[in-house]
Design a protein around this ligand. Structure first.
Ligand SMILES: Nc1nc2c([nH]c(=O)n2[C@@H]2O[C@H](COP(=O)(O)OP(=O)(O)OP(=O)(O)O)[C@@H](O)[C@H]2O)c(=O)[nH]1
Ligand SMILES: [Mg+2]
Length: 319
C-alpha cells in the first residue's frame, strides 16, 4: 500500500512538436516504472534543480536536443499504488537539433488527433487533452437569429478559434437543441459544446446527447454524470465543484470569475492567486474565465491554466 508519507516525485515532462505540429512520444523501456507504456519524454527533477533546467537536462539525455524556450502547460498530481508523482508538463516552444533516441527507447512523431491511439500511463490522460486543446476558448454571447450566430462563429473560426461553447440562456430547451444541431452541421472543424444548463438531463435525454457537452455548475451540483464517450467540460467556481466535475468525468474545466465581468456584474473577481491555487489541485486542464482576453493568456499559463475563455472579448470581435 502507498505510504502517504512518501515524498512526491517531481517530474519534468516535455511536449515537443515538429514543424508539422506532430508531437514526440517515447516508449518506456523494460525495467522502468510503467514499462511498455508510451510517454512524453522527461524525468525526475533533481534536488536543488528548477523544473525547466531539469526538463532541458532530461531532453538532452533522452533526445539529444537543446531546449531554449518552454512554457508551462499543465501540472498533474497523481498517486500510483507504489509512488506519488507530480507531472510538471511544459510545452517546448524552441529547441535545436533533431530528436533522436538517446537511450535506446523507441520514439515516434504522432499527430495530435492520433495520440488517442496510444496507451499512456494512467496519469497522462489530461496531458493528451491539454495537447489537443487550444489556449483560447470562445463562449457565445448575444445574437439575433440563426444566420447572425452562424456568421459570427464562422468569422471566429477564420480567426483561428477552434472551440466554442454555445451559451444561449434565452432559448427554450427544444429550440436550443435545434439551433445547436443545425449550427454543428454548418461550422465544420469547430468543436461546438452544448451547454446543458437548458435542462436537467434525465436518462432518456442522455441518448441524444451531443458529442461535446458542457456541464454548468447547477447541473454538476445536481449530480448529473454524462455517459462516457463524449468530450465533457464543466463550470467551476471553487475546489468543491472541481471535485464534482472530475467525478462526473469532465475532461477540462472553466474556473471563474478571475476578474469582474459584464455577464456577472455583481460578482467580484477571485484573482490570479486563486486561479493558481485551483490549478495546483486540478487534475484536468483549466481555462481561466471572467473579464479576460487574449492579452491574459500568458498570465493564465503562468498560473498553471491551459489558457483563457471569454465571451465579451471574443464574441464582439468581428473582422
Ligand atoms: N517522463 C515521463 N514520466 C512519466 C509520464 N507519465 C508518468 O506517469 N510518468 C512517471 O513519472 C516518473 C518519473 O519519470 P522517469 O522514469 O522518466 O524519470 P527518469 O527519466 O529520471 O528515469 P530514471 O529514474 O530511469 O533515470 C515515473 O514513475 C513515470 O512512470 C510521462 O508522460 N513522461
Ligand atoms: Mg525519463
Amino acid at each position: 500500500m502507498l505510504n502517504i508519507a512518501h515524498k512526491v516525485i517531481h517530474v519534468a515532462v516535455g511536449v515537443v512538436r515538429n514543424a508539422k505540429g506532430e508531437v514526440l512520444i517515447a516508449k518506456r523501456q523494460a525495467g522502468q516504472h510503467l514499462a511498455g507504456f508510451w510517454e512524453f519524454p522527461g524525468g525526475k527533477v533533481e534536488q536543488g534543480e528548477c523544473v525547466t533546467t531539469a526538463l532541458a537536462r532530461e531532453l538532452r539525455e533522452e533526445l539529444g536536443i537543446e531546449v531554449s524556450e518552454a512554457q508551462p502547460l499543465i501540472t498533474i498530481p497523481y498517486d500510483y499504488p507504489e509512488k506519488r508523482v507530480l507531472l510538471d508538463v511544459h510545452e517546448v516552444t524552441q529547441y535545436s537539433d533533431s530528436p533522436v533516441s538517446g537511450e535506446g527507447q523507441s520514439i515516434r512523431w504522432v499527430s495530435q488527433s492520433d495520440l488517442r491511439d496510444y496507451t499512456f500511463p494512467p496519469a497522462n490522460a489530461p496531458i493528451v487533452t491539454a495537447v489537443q486543446l487550444p489556449a483560447v476558448f470562445c463562449i457565445s454571447g448575444e445574437f439575433e437569429g440563426f444566420a447572425a450566430l452562424r456568421d459570427r462563429c464562422g468569422s471566429l473560426q477564420s480567426q483561428g478559434i477552434t472551440h466554442i461553447q454555445l451559451r444561449a440562456p434565452h432559448l427554450e430547451p427544444a429550440e436550443y437543441l435545434q439551433v445547436y444541431r443545425r449550427l454543428s452541421g454548418e461550422i465544420e472543424g469547430v468543436s461546438l459544446f452544448a451547454n446543458t444548463d437548458w435542462q436537467h438531463p434525465n436518462v432518456s435525454q442522455v441518448e441524444q446527447m451531443p458529442r461535446y457537452i458542457h456541464l454548468s455548475s447547477r447541473v454538476l451540483r445536481a449530480g448529473y454524470k454524462p455517459v462516457a464517450g463524449g468530450v465533457i467540460s464543466a463550470a467551476c467556481h471553487d475546489v468543491e465543484e472541481l471535485k464534482l466535475a472530475e467525478h462526473a468525468g469532465a475532461h477540462f474545466v472553466f474556473f471563474s470569475p478571475v476578474k469582474p465581468t459584464s455577464s456577472h456584474p455583481n460578482t467580484p473577481g477571485v484573482g490570479w492567486e486563486a486561479l493558481r491555487d485551483f490549478c495546483a489541485v486540478a487534475k484536468v486542464p483549466v481555462y481561466a474565465l471572467g473579464g479576460l482576453s487574449e492579452l491574459d493568456i500568458s498570465q493564465a499559463r503562468q498560473c498553471g491554466a491551459q489558457g483563457i475563455a471569454a465571451i465579451s472579448a471574443l464574441w464582439g470581435r468581428i473582422q
